[in-house]
Design a protein around this ligand. Structure first.
Ligand code: GRF
Length: 239
């Protein structure tokens, strides 16, 4: 069956998305797979890394997505590095930048220049556990619920408004490794769902206040848990 697009979709076209990563790139791979769906509202226009040896870049190369590497040590300072990196992102016409395992803090000036067009995926239920080693920290605290968040990036580390989250239970026998293994596929579904929602033009950001479909978002959208009987159904629950 042919997909019938609405006039607004046709006018908008697919959202042009760039991904920044430093390592494994499983979230990039999830976005690549997501973009291959006929109904996807976004396309990937580039993968950018601060590390030449980042394994995840191979996913982009295999999918025919342009790849560029900017190593900070090749630049006199962070401002010059980011000017080159984000200049290249701009040059591919990116409308949204996704930080997916990008292990550097983006400077306030760059954050300001990309405000509302820069999102990050973080492995915790923000505002809990900003920063690193989130799985270890939730276990050390005896937490029973953990998860991941997609948020807009602000100058405050992992502090920007959260669009969407996915929860998992912490189990008695969990280790950081078992949590990571269980959470990662849910992160992938979360990131694709969040980028889809943005690509549909349904998300607004005014200052640090998010809206979806014109209504202020009072709490992050919760990604629905897939039913064990249904085929994959990673549609976000309505807020
Ligand atoms: C993910 O856990 C993501 O939440 C965090 O860094 C990790 C990146 O994994 N920001 P990958 O490189 O996408 O596999």
């Amino acid at each position: 069956m042919r997909r019938v697009s609405t006039s607004s979709e046709a006018a908008r076209g697919r959202l042009r998305v760039a991904v920044l990563l430093s390592g494994r790139g499983s979230n990039l791979k999830a976005l690549i797979d997501g973009a291959a769906r006929q109904a996807a509202g976004y396309e990937l226009v580039g993968a950018f890394s601060d590390r030449r040896e980042a394994p995840g870049l191979a996913f982009a190369t295999a999918a025919g997505i342009p790849v560029a590497v900017f190593e900070p040590r090749a630049f006199p300072d962070k401002a010059a590095y980011e000017a080159a990196m984000f200049g290249a992102v701009e040059a591919v016409g990116a409308e949204l930048v996704v930080l997916a395992g990008y292990m550097r803090i983006v400077s306030p000036a760059t954050v300001a220049a990309w405000q509302g067009r820069l999102v990050n995926i973080h492995p915790s239920l923000l505002p809990a556990y900003r920063g690193l080693d989130t799985h270890t920290r939730v276990l050390a605290d005896g937490g029973s619920v953990h998860g991941a968040s997609v948020h807009y990036v602000t100058a405050e580390l992992d502090g920007g408004p959260v669009l969407m989250q996915v929860e998992i239970a912490v189990l008695p026998a969990d280790t950081p490794e078992t949590i990571a293994a269980r959470l990662l596929p849910r992160e992938h579904a979360l990131l694709v769902a969040a980028v889809d929602l943005i690509a549909q033009g349904r998300v607004g950001l005014a200052g640090e206040v998010l809206s979806v479909d014109g209504r202020m978002l009072e709490r992050p959208i919760a990604l629905a848990t897939p039913s064990p009987t249904a085929a994959r159904s990673d549609h976000p629950a309505r807020s």
